[in-house]
Design a protein around this ligand. Sequence first.
Ligand code: SAM
Length: 199
Amino acid sequence: MWADGYDASVGLSDNDKKYPFAGYKNILNFIYDDVVLRNCRKIFDIGFGTAILSSKLYEKGIDVYGQDFSTEMVKIAKEKMPNAKLFCKDFSNGVAQELKNTKYDAIIATYSLHHLMDNEKVIFINELLELLCDEGIIYIGDVAFNTANELEKCRTDSGDEWDDEEFYFVYEELKKHYNNSEFIKISHCAGVIKIYGIK
Ligand SMILES: C[S@@+](CC[C@H](N)C(=O)[O-])C[C@H]1O[C@@H](n2cnc3c(N)ncnc32)[C@H](O)[C@@H]1O
């Protein structure tokens, strides 16, 4: 139901520098620049939504694969990227079977993985690591914090706006599972986590 008004509502919250989307455009730009700089040829976008990011990479000639469980989002994304390989599947059941036989230079998830609980995130990320090419990277751009204290401050400051049904990344916890990773803070409530493939 959110598909039609999604781009507009994200823009409003980002422009106002407010939780949850403060830093949204900078997150997408950061990932776009890094993927292009690394000359990635094949990417997998998890929860691609209206394909704001992956359609820009598609326009650069990059092969786009994706998984999203919203038929409406898939329809919008398919219009922007007719040759992309997009599958309408729930990622809480893992990666779609059709996407498991390919290796990707980059796997991207922007504002989607907060729907998984912390233990589910680790199981899913471990599955994604198996799908990376040598030198491949997972990019997670989302509402995310370096520390649990920063998350708590944002929760308090956001008041009624805070969404208790979402589970945001706290990097000091995640890095216990992935020492080959880094966190790039983009706004008071968002950042990019880069997890490097295991060689
Ligand atoms: C907030 S939107 C983000 C869209 C896009 N990545 C962006 O940055 O603008 C979240 C997307 O994740 C998808 N999504 C959420 N939970 C999902 C799940 N369990 N399986 C597959 N897709 C899911 C939604 O359908 C939606 O398109």
